[in-house]
Design a protein around this ligand. Structure first.
Ligand SMILES: C[C@@](CO)(OP(=O)(O)O)[C@H](O)COP(=O)(O)OP(=O)(O)OC[C@H]1O[C@@H](n2ccc(N)nc2=O)[C@H](O)[C@@H]1O
Ligand SMILES: Nc1ncnc2c1ncn2[C@@H]1O[C@H](COP(=O)(O)OP(=O)(O)O)[C@@H](O)[C@H]1O
Length: 293
């Protein structure tokens, strides 16, 4: 049987506000999430022996064992849907691992979408969202991979937003950053509220209509995890400085818990030129011009 395929686009937290810490230790967030043109690719060949094979530029160092989030997604969905049909996955890993752009979450969400197709489950089947929430905090927003406000620990999703296209440059300095220690560095006790900065804009209202007005709204907000991540990985400060210094950069910020940062530009020529410049200055960094939407 022919493989089923899907893309697993990178998630970018355009803003990320921490509102407090829950009794279970997880943090309440308010984050405007968008998705990039760059991503992993996942395919599923029905009927073949179970497992995942990994290839691509970031395959090294990523396990193809049970801890791969693709296989975790399959396991969790199997617990929700008795008699689930599956097969062998092939993951082309193009996104840096543990990098704040949710590559693993995107892969898990992609696996859920492929399994839904194979088992004739509609995309709105409640088991898919239930499974997504059990796999990881970022997986629900990656299921549909459309821009929206994400709240709670990631399970409360606003309606899809029609954001103007943003011309962006994504840069990762090649340092994996674990998420949990970054949250811990905020130093919040269970039940404590956090007076972070302002949210980007009201999730239920309309978003700014032009890229320029959206960038102005974004600039008034921020990422509350940026300072704690920088404290543990000072190279993030170097990435932000390098991005801010590129001609035409309107905003430079970290995504998620880092270390990937993004810069926003007025057009695709400016983002491409900035990409060429940075790739020359820092040949060891992952540098990707892309469109966020
Ligand atoms: C920070 C964010 C922002 O989108 O992105 P990344 O940096 O991972 O891309 C996410 O909230 C990450 O989501 P995800 O990576 O799925 O997190 P999980 O695997 O569920 O949790 C990893 C660890 O992060 C902490 N965690 C995660 C989410 C959250 N809202 N509060 C937390 O305190 C917990 O310590 C948890 O044990
Ligand atoms: N398919 C996968 N892709 C990326 N990371 C994975 C995958 N499966 C398991 N992981 C593990 O999940 C953790 C988070 O990875 P990732 O989603 O890339 O991070 P982030 O959300 O910070 O971008 C990493 O420690 C990685 O080893």
């Amino acid at each position: 049987m022919l493989p089923l395929t899907t893309r697993a686009p990178a998630k970018v937290n355009l803003t990320l506000r921490v509102l407090g810490r829950r009794a279970d230790g997880y943090h309440e967030l308010d984050s405007l999430v968008a998705f990039a043109g760059v991503g992993d690719e996942l395919s599923l060949t029905p009927g073949e022996p179970a497992g995942v094979q990994v290839s691509g530029p970031f395959a090294a160092g990523l396990s193809s064992g049970d801890d791969n989030l693709v296989l975790k997604a399959e396991r969790v969905l199997r617990e929700e849907i008795a008699g689930l049909r599956s097969g062998r996955f092939h993951l082309v890993k193009r996104l840096p691992v543990a990098s704040g752009i949710g590559g693993g979450s995107a892969d898990a969400a992609a696996a859920l979408r492929l399994l839904a197709r194979l088992n004739d489950l509609p995309p709105s089947h409640p088991a898919l969202l239930a499974a997504a929430g059990r796999i990881g905090a970022d997986v629900p927003v990656c299921l549909e991979a459309r821009a929206r406000i994400m709240r709670g620990i990631g399970e409360r999703l606003g309606p899809p937003l029609r954001l103007p296209r943003l011309f962006a440059l994504l840069v990762n300095p090649g340092m994996a950053v674990e998420t949990a220690p970054v949250f811990r560095t905020l130093g919040l006790q269970a039940g404590q509220e956090y007076a972070g900065g302002v949210a980007a804009f009201d999730a239920d209202g309309s978003s700014p209509a032009t890229p320029a007005s959206l960038i102005v709204a974004l600039a008034a907000s921020g990422n509350d995890l940026q300072a704690p991540a920088r404290a543990g990985a000072p190279v993030i400060g170097e990435v932000l400085s390098a991005l801010s210094a590129t001609p035409g950069c309107r905003l430079a910020r970290m995504s998620g818990s880092g270390a990937t940062c993004f810069a926003l530009f007025d057009d695709c020529r400016a983002s491409a030129e900035a990409g060429k410049l940075l790739a020359k200055q820092q040949p060891g960094w992952w540098v990707k011009p892309t469109v966020l939407r």
